[in-house]
Unconditional design. Structure first.
Length: 670
């Protein structure tokens, strides 16, 4: 039965009214009608849509819940990475941050936007032509999980943007959190049912957003504040971060009402002190303040370092502390063989989190603090930092307490432990043969930024190592279907997929291979510097410490670690076995004189069809080019793929040459 015109008009009017009331409630924190009136409008719309199903639209307020449970979350790759922030833990570090900004921009005073640092879960909302099409978690910053069905259940996330003037593609970044009052009610209901309670609002928010059944998420009191944008296409946004926040609010997106535009470092610190004083009265948990340079042009000029922007910093609130008792001191062995004493504690609630373990760092630290089993200690937790023992309450020490001694043998493999001269850390010399190091080393070898062996996760590595089927990364390439089929939760299909992933991983780059080996002090940047400097593995193996130090940013400590690693016979043997198994990389690049892009700086933006951005970056670097993260006057070319971000607009503003993917391919082929 087709709905009469009058019914269609009434349904449209109801949707418009409900969206307006949602905006007043969530966007402006200023509800225009009582809850009962809002419920009446919703019920009338539900009735009309039930009687006339053709009236149901994807962005109708009644459609926030209704999708079937998912079998698993799909992966979403962020076109523009969701970077983390550097931290400041005292005012001096904030002053130093402001000084660096001023020096780089050659300004005496900089305008900032100060915002509360919410203790929730970072998400990305993608709007196409004003309609919400995808919601994703931050994940590792490059790849997150598709939680669109669950985002749709959050009233503060509009299914359709209000007003007009928004870009055809607008990616909004925000934080999903659970208000304190809602968290208390959720745990109270759980206790009444005899169920498990959540430790803190952040855990509750993260667990709620990652439910496969959106109906469960809909029953949780989640909220959302938007704090910025990611990818934006074919649309102009204001040139200040503060004005972008105001614009987002006009489009119906909820923005934290506590943000302020402040002048200079004095304004930042004044805001921090004021918010800290009101922290307990806020309806949600925060663990600090975020400062961002307000002008986008200045953000572009400042750019990024490693995986954090230079133009923003998180100023954490002072750590929270509590008293508890040390039940035991145990030693953990890490991936690099480091022995770390850990205090096993009587459970205590610190800053909303139940703490049962705290790091003691190393033997010197245990001796300095004189921590003993049975001691009453002060435990500190600051944000996401691992809890630590601050000091011992001496007057509560029991008479039978005993000093801690670092073991002389590895507690995992019984190998000898050594403490190199000048170092605070004691290490197991078992290397890749130590079971504790073996598991972590193999996981590191298979990680996304190393050899990227898809499907080789913690549980699988644990089984392979425990069954002695894999004792080093080289053994991975000797696995077969029969071996893998015998493992828990591994059928033939999964085994075949893993073997295919192993085969794909053999084609890599020298810098990835070096990073995958897990050499102490050799991270991604150092591995890249070594690959560029030596061009071949053979040249690197032959290098002494003096030669190693000729590579950028490699000093005597790192050089000694690299040399020690390759001098170990078993390490060389594993490298040889990996090469024999077929792990390979492109031949060394031509000398600099034959590298035609030497001296040119490229910036990549958007999605490329024929290759990933990482592949494009590697090929450009092989030809001598530098690939930067931000556009400046020194940029030679900006390569624009599909859905380019703000870098494209910046390139046009500065008159930088823009290449489309076809032109890049032609350039690389020449």
């Amino acid at each position: 039965m087709v709905a009469p015109t009058s019914v269609q008009a009434r349904a449209a009017r109801l949707r418009e009214q409900i969206e307006w009331h949602n905006y007043r409630y969530y966007g402006l924190d200023d509800p225009a009608v009582p809850d009962a009136e809002y419920d009446r409008l919703m019920q009338e719309l539900r009735t009309l849509e039930r009687d006339y199903p053709e009236l149901v639209t994807p962005d109708s307020p009644t459609q926030r819940v209704g999708a079937a449970p998912l079998a698993a979350f799909a992966q979403v790759r962020h076109d523009l990475p969701m970077l983390s922030l550097d931290n400041a833990f005292d005012e001096a570090e904030v002053v130093d941050f402001d000084r660096r900004i001023g020096e780089r921009l050659k300004l005496g005073q900089v305008d900032y936007v100060a915002e509360p640092k919410l203790d929730g879960l970072a998400v990305s909302l993608r709007y196409e032509h004003g309609h919400l099409v995808c919601g994703a978690t931050r994940g590792d910053g490059y790849t997150g999980e598709d939680v669109t069905h669950n985002i749709r259940t959050i009233g503060a996330a509009p299914l359709r943007l209000r007003g007009k003037g928004y870009p055809p593609l607008l990616e909004v970044r925000g934080e999903v959190f659970m208000p304190r009052q809602g968290f208390a009610r959720l745990n109270e209901r759980a206790r009444e049912r005899g169920g498990k309670t959540f430790a803190n609002p952040r855990n509750a928010a993260a667990g709620s957003l990652r439910q496969l059944d959106p109906r469960i998420t809909a029953g949780r009191p989640l909220d959302l504040f938007c704090y910025g944008v990611g990818v934006v296409t074919a649309g102009a946004l204001p040139d200040r971060h503060s004005d972008i926040l105001l614009q987002l609010r006009e489009w119906g997106l909820r923005v934290c009402p506590e943000w302020r535009r402040v002048e200079g470092v004095a304004g930042c610190l004044e805001y921090y002190r004021g918010l800290q004083a009101r922290r307990a009265a806020l309806p949600y948990e925060i663990d600090g303040v975020v400062y961002k340079v307000d002008r986008l042009a200045q953000q572009q000029e400042l750019g990024f370092v490693a995986r954090a922007p230079r133009w923003a910093i998180a100023h954490k609130f002072p750590a929270q502390e509590e008293l508890t008792r040390v039940l035991d001191i145990q030693v953990q062995v890490g991936r690099t063989g480091a022995l770390t004493p850990v205090a096993r504690l009587e459970p205590v609630l610190v800053g909303g989190v139940t703490v049962t373990n705290a790091t003691l760092h190393n033997a010197d630290e245990v001796r300095r603090k004189d921590v003993r089993v049975g001691d009453t200690v002060i435990v500190r937790r600051a944000g996401d930092v691992i809890p630590e023992v601050v000091q011992v309450v001496g007057e509560r020490r029991p008479a039978d307490s005993r000093p801690f001694e670092m073991p002389t043998r590895c507690p995992v493999c019984d190998s000898q432990v050594l403490r190199p001269a000048g170092e605070a850390v004691t290490r197991c010399v078992g290397g890749l043969y130590c079971r504790a190091q073996r598991k972590a080393a193999i996981l590191h070898f298979a990680s996304r930024r190393a050899l990227d062996i898809e499907g080789l996760g913690d549980k699988l590595v644990e089984q392979l190592v425990d069954r002695e089927q894999v004792q080093s990364p080289a053994d991975l390439y000797g696995l077969d279907v029969a071996t893998l089929e015998g493992l828990e939760r591994m059928g033939r299909k999964s085994a075949v997929k893993l073997l295919a992933a192993l085969e794909r991983s053999k084609a890599t780059t020298l810098e990835r291979f070096l990073y995958a080996l897990g050499i102490r002090e050799v991270g991604e940047a150092t591995a890249q510097a070594l690959a560029r400097q030596f061009a071949s593995l053979e040249a690197l193996l032959a290098a002494d410490e003096d030669r190693l130090q000729q590579a950028p940013d490699i000093g005597p400590v790192v050089a000694a670690q690299i040399r020690a690693f390759f001098q170990e016979a078993h390490n060389r043997e594993i490298v040889q076995r990996l090469r024999a198994a077929g792990v390979h990389w492109p031949a060394p690049a031509a000398p600099a004189i034959d590298r035609p892009l030497t001296g040119k700086t490229f910036v990549l933006t958007g999605t490329l069809n024929g290759m990933t951005r990482e592949e494009a970056k590697a090929r450009l670097q092989a030809l001598g080019a530098k690939v930067a993260d931000s556009v400046s006057k020194q940029t030679s070319y900006v390569v624009a793929g599909a859905a380019p971000g703000s870098k494209l607009a910046r390139a046009r503003q500065l008159g930088v040459t823009v290449l489309e993917e076809e032109a890049l391919v032609e350039l690389l082929s020449r």
